[in-house]
Unconditional design. Structure first.
Length: 290
């Protein structure tokens, strides 16, 4: 009488008897070690190997495409803006007159004061807002634009373009606004995202008409409503557009792929625009006699 062969056990858990097996490698595996595949079930090791062997999809900028991307940078920027607003409200003891706070006084962008060495205002002013309505409008725009921009550009490139747009808005204010004008708000950086997404649509060969209409409407509002910084908006728009064009088109013009050298060229283009904005901010006081 022939003895029965031993029942198969899971290759990862020898103490578990199983009648299942991986459809790729054929090894017996328990339910905890199998995952549903396109055909049958595969063990966790074969699933991991398949993911390594599959070339990951990437955006035109070279950023990895996530199946369910979470716009963490956008959420972090919104949280930072809200947190700064909360500090100014607490200091001013007023929701609508938060511009009377100490932090607001120390960070608001005044070209003449920046010319005296207070560079913190170049960055800090982009996180200040005049009252809750100003904050709400800008954060809604950042939420809508930021999610798409972060997905297609990737987190690091998206953050870089946001900051470059912020610098571009400040440079425009330094050169073109009254030297005693106080400017605050994230709208310069947000206009930069308008420009960035327009370039992305052009790169993908999709019509940017709707986005251009929205930009035009916002620029009309900037001109017609008193107290809005037109120069900050235009500077941010120009910087964001130029930076994204450099990121998406310069590697293509140089026939570099989105990997390796193409990535380095894209970052070099972003760095060049950032340096240009910083230089313009730095030389503005001497040029305009501040």
């Amino acid at each position: 009488m022939n003895p029965q062969p031993p029942a198969p056990t899971c290759f990862r858990h020898p103490d578990r008897v199983t009648g299942l097996a991986c459809t790729r490698c054929g090894r017996p595996a328990c339910p905890d070690c199998l995952q549903q595949a396109a055909v049958g079930q595969q063990c966790v090791e074969c699933v991991a190997q398949g993911q390594r062997d599959t070339r990951q999809a990437r955006t035109p900028t070279g950023a990895a495409v996530a199946t369910r991307p979470t716009p963490y940078v956008t959420y972090a920027l919104i949280a930072l803006n809200v947190a700064v607003f909360a500090v100014t409200v607490a200091q001013a003891h007023s929701l609508s007159r938060n511009s009377y706070s100490t932090l607001f006084y120390d960070w608001v962008l005044v070209p003449q004061v920046v010319g005296h060495g207070q560079w913190i205002r170049v960055v800090g002013s982009a996180f200040l807002h005049y009252g809750p309505v100003h904050l709400a409008v800008n954060m809604f725009a950042l939420y809508v634009l930021g999610r798409d921009a972060e997905t297609v550009l990737g987190r690091s490139r998206y953050l870089a373009i946001y900051l470059i747009s912020m610098l571009g808005g400040a440079a425009s204010v330094m050169w073109l606004a009254n030297s005693n004008t106080a400017t605050a708000g994230a709208s310069g950086a947000i206009f930069g995202l308008f420009g960035a997404l327009t370039v992305v649509l052009l790169r993908l060969r999709r019509s940017p008409t709707q986005l251009l209409v929205v930009i035009a409407i916002n620029l009309i509002i900037s001109v017609s409503v008193p107290g809005i910084s037109l120069w900050g908006h235009l500077g941010g728009l120009a910087a964001g557009t130029l930076a994204t064009a450099g990121l998406l088109y310069v590697p293509r013009w140089l026939r570099a792929s989105t990997q390796g050298m193409g990535v380095r060229i894209g970052w070099a283009a972003l760095t060049l625009v950032a340096v240009l904005a910083i230089v313009l901010i730095g030389v503005a006081p001497a040029a305009i006699g501040s």
